[in-house]
Design a protein. Structure first.
Length: 96
């Protein structure tokens, strides 16, 4: 996020901030329901962009993997869906 007019300091989110908050959200959601299974389902991944692929997890959630620096792939987030076995977690996370 860029600083507002008149403010000479700009504020930016770092990858560390994003990773920490994603890990917290992931742990909070998984603690709510023991039916969550983070293993990748045996279904072909869906290309989302040149540097992003979406996988379906065995519990019905989606997981995104991004290409970093052109050669390395890294898990970036897990996306809850209403059809997931983690449904209670999905609706709880959505409400918070």
């Amino acid at each position: 996020r860029r600083g507002e007019e008149g403010n000479d300091k700009a504020q930016f989110c770092t990858d560390v901030d994003f990773a920490a908050s994603s890990k917290k959200d992931y742990e909070r959601v998984n603690d709510l329901n023991s039916d969550c299974n983070q293993e990748v389902a045996p279904i072909r991944p869906i290309p989302l962009a040149e540097d992003s692929i979406i996988f379906e997890l065995k519990d019905g959630r989606l997981a995104e993997m991004r290409r970093i620096e052109g050669t390395h792939w890294m898990w970036s987030r897990i996306i809850g869906t209403p059809t997931s076995l983690c449904t209670a977690s999905y609706w709880t996370a959505l409400a918070s």
